[in-house]
Design a binder for this molecule. Structure first.
Ligand code: GLN
Length: 196
């Protein structure tokens, strides 16, 4: 699979930035809003944005169960920030009734790094990404409070886990799609290529 098709869940959030980063990383891209559209992709990105809104819209569009089914069946998925929250089996500080897709055995705390005005950038060393640290953009970012045995911690910032991989699933607290550095997207595109 040299040019995998990677969908971006296009309900809310920074969809365009992920489409551009994935294209730069060598993928063919499509926007996903309906369950039928999921069938055509080799991988999926859940963007940054607001997880409570993404959760609500995914439920309203009938996407939540199809997403859970595809994740269980092995679809590679990368979630940044709100997308990380969507991939967590359990979240702390959810809005009432907030659902996740789940798949990664981790507990994620929403807004753990503080509010909008406490957003920051930091150099983050990510296991599996060569060539030095990536520029981590953290916006009302979650952190990973704990991980289960099958989840691998890929990056830590000031003692907090900020990137995790479990088999075909990848999640970061930060937003590589907002920088010109596409190495995290390349990591994911390679993961999609090798799990095909
Ligand atoms: N705090 C947001 C949430 O709960 C995530 C912020 C982001 O994606 N930049 O969804």
């Amino acid at each position: 699979m040299s040019n995998p098709v990677i969908g971006v869940l296009a309900l809310q959030g920074d969809v365009r930035e992920h489409l551009a980063a994935l294209t730069a990383a060598g993928a063919a891209v499509s926007e996903i809003r309906r369950p039928e559209e999921l069938a055509a992709v080799d991988g999926l990105v859940i963007p940054g944005g607001e997880s409570t809104t993404i959760s609500k819209l995914a439920t309203a569009f009938g996407l939540l169960e199809p997403l859970r089914d595809r994740v269980r069946a092995g679809l590679p998925v990368y979630g940044s920030c709100a997308g990380m929250i969507m991939l967590a089996d359990k979240i702390l500080d959810p809005r009432s009734g907030q659902e996740t897709v789940g798949g990664i055995d981790m507990i994620v705390r929403r807004n753990a790094f503080g509010r909008q005005n406490e957003s920051f950038e930091a150099a983050v060393e990510v296991a599996g990404v060569d060539g030095g640290p990536v520029e981590g953009v953290f916006i009302r970012a979650p952190w990973v409070e704990s991980t289960g045995a099958r989840a691998e911690v890929l990056a830590v910032h000031e003692g907090h886990t900020v990137a995790v991989r479990q088999d075909h699933l990848l999640a970061t607290s930060f937003h590589p799609e907002l920088t010109g550095d596409h190495r995290v997207h390349e990591l994911f595109v390679n993961l999609v290529r090798t799990s095909g």
